[in-house]
Ligand binder design. Structure first.
Ligand code: ADP
Length: 270
């Protein structure tokens, strides 16, 4: 029947017999849809008041010289927090779009070199003097997908590597491909993660250490976005990490989404 969602599970019962469980999950599905719609609508509605607040803050900022120091400090704090809120709303809207599968741009072939230079440009201003970043993306490989979504995923991993290496260190961004797959990796030697937290990292708002993350100013949605982008590209996220040693986040793309520039362009179904 239209609008009814069933979950079917089979278990081996005896040598040749199977038990089949059928569960009606229509209500769960509807509730999940309501949650997604609510988040998307609420995030969208928050955009307008925030734009107004930011506008007034910019005006106040221009005249702050005439204000007492405590008020000047207040204006700086409010501006920082409004930028943070803007990032949170942008991330919520992106995640809603990814979850709903709506308004996705058409997949196309994009050069890995283009991602490399865009990420390099984005990362340079946020690197401290204690950080070094090395890009090992030398091939002419191309990847089939949405440029904006892939850029979000790759840049989230690089920003995290920088944020969670507060004492500095080397960040290495690599792309390796074979006849079987293409792998984009970001390696850092920063704080690392206790292995028991790794399975929950891609959950929305999951943070290993709330204190650590609120200082770094993240939204807690970065890895959830990465997971959804990779799902749209038939790819998988692999996380390897050791506490106080560092982490490697790798995105594994199937061969059907990767090609070397010498091969003529063909479309793949997603
Ligand atoms: P956030 O906005 O908090 O960075 P993310 O979803 O991007 O949210 O990451 C979730 C959590 O995973 C972070 O709060 C942090 O605890 C941990 N994490 C992510 N990347 C790294 C990394 N490179 N090194 C150490 N911890 C990380």
């Amino acid at each position: 029947k239209e609008g009814v969602y069933l979950e079917i599970q089979t278990t081996l019962y005896d040598k040749n017999d199977h038990l089949i469980f059928v569960r009606d999950v229509t209500r769960l599905h509807l509730l999940e849809q309501m949650r997604k719609d609510f988040v998307a609508n609420a995030s969208h509605e928050l955009k307008t008041p925030l734009t107004v607040i930011k506008g007034y803050l910019e005006t106040l900022d221009m005249f702050k010289e005439n204000l007492p120091p405590s008020m000047q400090k207040g204006i700086v704090n409010m501006s920082d927090q409004s930028v943070r809120m803007e990032h949170l709303i942008e991330d919520l809207l992106l995640l809603s779009r990814l979850e709903s599968n709506e308004k996705r741009e058409e997949d196309q072939w994009h050069a890995m070199q283009d991602f490399s230079s865009a990420i390099q440009k984005m990362a340079t201003p946020i690197l401290s003097e204690k950080h070094q970043i090395r890009f090992e993306i030398t091939t002419n490989d191309r990847i089939y997908g949405s440029y904006n979504e892939l850029y979000s995923a790759f840049s989230n991993l690089v920003v995290n590597a920088i944020k969670y290496s507060p004492d500095g260190g080397e960040i290495v961004v690599t792309w390796e491909s074979s006849e079987f797959n293409g792998v984009f990796s970001v390696k850092d030697n920063g704080l690392g993660i206790d292995p028991r937290h790794i399975p929950r990292l891609t959950e929305r708002f999951f943070r290993v250490d709330k204190g650590r993350s609120s200082k770094t100013g993240g939204t807690g949605l970065g890895l959830a976005i990465v997971k959804h982008v990779l799902m749209h590209h038939d790819a998988k996220l692999q996380i390897r990490s050791d506490l106080n040693q560092g982490s490697v986040f790798s995105c594994h793309f199937p061969a059907s989404r990767v090609r070397s520039d010498s091969i003529p362009s063909v479309s793949v179904s997603s």
